[in-house]
Design a protein around this ligand. Structure first.
Ligand SMILES: [Ca+2]
Ligand SMILES: [Ca+2]
Length: 442
């Protein structure tokens, strides 16, 4: 059913209180207009219905590192097929303040307060190479209310709980939808700092059960600019209880920080093709006013017992290969890095200053910016003649070896340069790679 009091989120992300009625009308008209469309949606099995459930269970308590008491509320979904889920969680601000999940510091940033439970979605994340399941764009924290808007990350591909589906709206359109079965799936945990701890820990069961309340919820299917909302009349399943017997002991204060070591580790992930050829990292540093090569590290470098010195390389059946590296470097310097691999365009001139105290510096962040630390840097394959471009000259060179039946030993390194994916032949899959990367640049 439609609730006229409910805030309406406009497509540009603002909560639109005044325009609520107007948008509702439009939605209702839209439903009429979309009768045929609805049939289409149902026929492709993305729909929202009123049996779906959002439930909140709390509070789990623990002491944060700074000695403050932190209370967690777990949010679960069940039986939901929708492109988004909204709910409003009212909290008693005499005892609870939204806090950063990681530190328990009070916050007004919904994204910092909530932590995704990625476990049920691991397979989807892995396949999509995405690092988060939900977008919390419209979520916000008010003085006694958290408005939550859970929308699946549009970059996630079809698999399990997240589904990419086709709809007609009226144009053909792809939607990313949640596809949660009727068993409870715990999706996010919300963090609150407990204030007035002494009184809080003496609250009765009834008082505790009034600490959190869900005001309204909706799940919906967005089709282009139109939003079909489905509200549920039945009160949400909100359980608040505290097992004071199981509050862990206060942590001992952290030990004084140790003197920083003289080295730090440069970590990161790079990717390319051909597992038989190493990734090569040339590391330069400024000395006496000019750049000098400090060291060259290869992904295949190992000690005498065969232990890899600089991290792990893994690859797929097709030859796509990744190197997750960790390289010790001296502090007190500025570095510039060049990454290379046979028949790939060099990735050059990533510069950074060694950290003063941290023991780790992320190369991918230094190269691509904050938040990109989990994203592999992909080297472009196909630069067979090593001129820094993938062009017709590489194709001409490639054609000399294409589908040649002679053993690769005859041609040695020339052959290896043209076997882009390293499967032992110079074949159509290499050609395909070459074409994909034609004229491509970083
Ligand atoms: Ca080239
Ligand atoms: Ca090949």
């Amino acid at each position: 059913m439609y609730s006229p009091q409910r805030d309406v989120y406009s497509k540009n992300g603002k909560v639109n209180r005044k325009a609520g009625k107007c948008i509702m009308k439009r939605t209702i008209i839209t439903i009429g207009m979309l009768a045929a469309l609805l049939f289409n949606i149902l026929s492709i099995s993305v729909y929202a219905d009123e049996t779906g459930m959002v439930s909140v269970q709390g509070l789990r308590l623990q002491y944060a590192d700074d000695g403050s008491l932190q209370a967690f509320a777990d949010v679960s979904l069940s039986d939901i097929q929708a492109t988004g889920v909204d709910f409003e969680l009212k909290y008693d601000n005499r005892y609870l303040t939204p806090s950063e999940f990681a530190t328990n510091t009070p916050t007004r940033e919904a994204a910092l307060m909530m932590s995704e439970n990625t476990a049920p979605f691991e397979a989807v994340l892995e396949k999509s190479k995405a690092d988060h399941v939900f977008e919390l764009k419209l979520s916000q924290i008010l003085s006694n209310l958290v408005e939550v808007n859970l929308v699946p990350n549009p970059n996630l591909t079809k698999l399990g709980y997240i589904t990419k589906v086709d709809a007609f709206a009226p144009e053909y359109k792809k939607l990313t939808a949640l596809n949660i079965p009727d068993s409870n799936i715990q999706v996010v945990t919300m963090s609150f700092k407990v204030t007035d701890t002494e009184t809080f820990l003496k609250l009765s069961g009834e008082e505790l059960s009034n600490l959190l309340r869900v005001e309204s919820d909706a799940h919906y299917v967005y089709v282009n600019s139109d939003k079909l909302e489905y509200f549920d009349d039945t009160p949400l399943n909100v359980q608040v209880s505290i097992d004071t017997e199981h509050i862990p002991a206060k942590p001992t204060p952290p030990p004084e920080p140790e003197e920083p070591t003289e080295q730090f580790n440069l970590t990161g992930v790079v990717a390319g093709w051909n597992p038989n050829q190493p990734f090569i990292m040339d590391i330069y540093s400024e000395q006496d006013g000019s750049e000098a090569l400090v060291k060259t590290v290869k992904s295949t470098d190992a000690d005498e017992e065969g232990n890899m010195l600089y991290g792990i390389t893994s690859h797929t059946m097709l030859g796509y290969t990744e190197w997750a590296f960790s390289i010790p470097l001296d502090r007190g310097k500025e570095y510039t890095i060049r990454l290379s691999k046979l028949s790939h365009i060099d990735y050059i001139d990533v510069s950074f200053t060694a950290p003063e105290t941290e023991n780790e510096l992320n190369f991918n962040t230094a190269a691509k910016g904050e938040g990109k630390e989990k994203q592999a840097i992909e080297l472009i394959a196909g630069d067979i003649n090593d001129d820094g471009l993938v062009t017709f000259s590489d194709r001409a060179e490639f054609m000399r070896f294409f589908n040649l039946q002679k053993p690769k030993e005859l041609f040695g390194v020339e052959f290896n340069k043209n076997d882009l994916n390293g499967d032992g032949t110079v074949s159509f899959s290499d050609y395909d790679l070459l074409l994909q990367n034609y004229d491509k640049q970083y």
